[in-house]
Design a binder for this molecule. Structure first.
Ligand code: HEC
Ligand code: HEC
Length: 221
C-alpha cells in the first residue's frame, strides 16, 4: 500500500472510530466474539428495535463510504458501484471476500480489515434500505438487445427485475462502467474477482454482448 493511500486509510479510521465507540457501547450486551455474520444478520433482522439501531449506526459509518459510493449509496462515479438497494447477504459476502483477499481491491481490502463486525452489519443493513436512482437508457435499441440476452440467461439468478435475492446480487441500476469491468473480469478470469458461476455465464460473451447487457441492466429500476 502506498504512503498516500495509507495516510488516507488512517484518516478514514479516525472518522470511523468515533461512531464506533458509541456503537460498541450501545451493543455491548451483544456477544462480540467472532461468529457467523450471516447468522447475526438474521438475528438482527428478526428484532425491529435492533434493526433500527443497526440502521442508524450504518448511516453514520456510511458517511465515510459516501466519498466514493455516493450519498445513500448512489454512486456518482461510473466505475464505482452503487450500494443502495443491494441485498444484505450479498453485501456481507463481498465484505468477507475483500477481508480474506478473494476479491482484490487495495483500498477496500484495507478498509474492511479496519472495520468491526458490527460496523459491517450496520452498513449492510443501511444500504439495503436505500433506493437506487433510476437512470433511463441513453441508447434504447442497445438496451433492448441487452434485454433479450438478459432474459435468456441472467434472469435465472439475478431475477427478472434484476433485484437479485438473498443469495444473488442486485444488478438493476448498477453503474455502467463498473458493470462492464466486472463482467470482463469474470469472463477473462484475469484475477481480481473469480467466481465459477459467473465465469460459466460470461464465457461466451462478446464485448458487444456485454455492452448491450450493461446498457439494459444499468437502466433497470
Ligand atoms: C476510496 C473510495 C472508496 C471508499 C471510501 C469506499 N469504497 Fe467500497 N468500493 C470502492 C471501489 C473502487 C469498489 C469496486 C472494487 C472492484 O472493482 O472490485 C468498491 C466496492 C465495494 C463493495 C462491493 C460492491 C458490489 O457491488 O460488489 C462494497 C460492499 C463496498 N465497496 C463497501 C464499502 C463500504 C461499506 C465503505 C465505507 C465503510 C466503502 N466501501 C468505502 C471504493 C471505495
Ligand atoms: C447461476 C447463477 C448466475 C447466473 C445465471 C448469472 N449470475 Fe451474475 N452472479 C452470480 C453470483 C453467484 C454472483 C456473485 C459472484 C461473486 O461473489 O463475485 C454474481 C455476480 C454478478 C455481478 C456482480 C455484481 C456486483 O455488484 O458487483 C454482475 C454484474 C452479474 N453477476 C451480472 C450477470 C449477468 C449480466 C448475467 C448474464 C449474462 C449473470 N450475472 C448470470 C450468479 C449468476
Amino acid at each position: 500500500m502506498s504512503i498516500r493511500s495509507r495516510s488516507r486509510l488512517l484518516a478514514l479510521l479516525a472518522c470511523l472510530l468515533v461512531p464506533a465507540a458509541a456503537f460498541a457501547q450501545a451493543t455491548a450486551s451483544r456477544p462480540s466474539a467472532p461468529q457467523d455474520l450471516g447468522q447475526r444478520l438474521k438475528d438482527i433482522e428478526r428484532d425491529p428495535k435492533l434493526l433500527d439501531q443497526y440502521y442508524r449506526n450504518g448511516r453514520k459509518v456510511a458517511a465515510f463510504c459516501a466519498n466514493c459510493h455516493g450519498e445513500g449509496g448512489n454512486s456518482l462515479k461510473p466505475d464505482i458501484p452503487n450500494l443502495a438497494g443491494q441485498n444484505t447477504a450479498y453485501l456481507l459476502d463481498q465484505v468477507r471476500q475483500f477481508g480474506d483477499g478473494r476479491r482484490r481491491n487495495e483500498f477496500m481490502e484495507g478498509l474492511i480489515k479496519a472495520m468491526s463486525a458490527d460496523e459491517k452489519l450496520a452498513v449492510a443493513v443501511y444500504y439495503a434500505g436505500q433506493e437506487v436512482d433510476h437512470k433511463p437508457a441513453a441508447n434504447i435499441r442497445l438496451a433492448m438487445q441487452g434485454k433479450t440476452y438478459y432474459d435468456k440467461i441472467c434472469f435465472r439468478c439475478h431475477g427478472e427485475q434484476g433485484r437479485g435475492s438473498e443469495r444473488y446480487a442486485r444488478v438493476a441500476g448498477q453503474q455502467a462502467d463498473y458493470l462492464s469491468r466486472t463482467l470482463k473480469r469474470y469472463r477473462d478470469g484475469s484475477g481480481g474477482r473469480i467466481d465459477p458461476l459467473m465465469a460459466a455465464n460470461t464465457r461466451t460473451m462478446k464485448d458487444e454482448d456485454i455492452a448491450a447487457v450493461v446498457a439494459y441492466i444499468a437502466s433497470m429500476k
